[in-house]
Write a protein that binds this ligand. Structure first.
Ligand SMILES: [Zn+2]
Length: 157
């Protein structure tokens, strides 16, 4: 029984079955098997795309850091000078440098103090970091038109 012997010597999945999906995931098949065509593009969409400083292209945060605060991701805010900002809320923004003293003066989020958040590379003002009074929860409110999406690597050639 040559067929049976050959089958036993081949590396196999722990379930004992190598399906077209396994071969695709291990890069053995170039094309996605039937049934995966619908899934693969969605996986690409859900990969975290970096968001960069629009001025210098330093990576500031990414799409996965987007959060909702008070039920919304983005907020339209106006400062005491009448300047309007369209901000998005992010759980973190490693590319930002914060400066100044925590203050709750004119805060847009009641119960939160804020400091200025600027690009860590070029110091362009990108938004604010908000901290729950008394410490604990923090998030960044970043001015959305000062961020750009990093170019999609899969479309760069
Ligand atoms: Zn910058």
């Amino acid at each position: 029984m040559i067929v049976a012997a050959t089958t036993r010597t081949q590396p196999h999945h722990s379930m004992g079955v190598v399906t077209p999906v396994h071969r695709f995931l291990r890069n053995e098949d170039k094309a996605a098997p039937e049934g995966l065509h619908d899934i693969v593009p969605k996986l690409w969409v859900h990969a975290a795309r970096p968001l960069c400083c629009a001025h210098c292209r330093q990576i500031v945060t990414d799409d996965h850091a987007r959060i909702e605060v008070r039920g919304m991701h983005d907020h339209h805010c106006e400062n005491p000078q009448g300047l309007r900002f369209h901000i998005g809320c992010f759980a973190n923004a490693p590319g930002c440098a914060t400066s100044g003293e925590e203050t709750d003066l004119y805060t847009w989020f009641e119960g939160y103090t804020w400091v200025i958040a600027a690009c860590g590379a070029c110091q362009t003002h990108l938004g604010w970091r908000f901290s729950a009074a008394g410490g604990g929860e923090r998030f960044f409110g970043l001015i959305l038109d000062r961020l750009v999406q990093a170019p999609d690597a899969s479309k760069s050639h």
